[in-house]
Design a protein around this ligand. Sequence first.
Ligand SMILES: [Zn+2]
Length: 66
Amino acid sequence: MSKFIQFIAGAVCPSCKAQDTIAINTEDDLIYCVKCDFKENRPVLKEKNNQSINVINIDDFKASKS
Ligand SMILES: [Zn+2]
């Protein structure tokens, strides 16, 4: 069974400044960075409905990194 992560397109991590690394955990409503340890309750994202969310297969994501 594959896991899916939802990425926020264009979001920049406030911790490591990487782009397109911010993902949403829909189960506990946390946002987190896949590159560093940044993790936070979803703050302003609910008010910004113009944020697009990319859903990708985490296996594909890992494969593209190797
Ligand atoms: Zn980060």
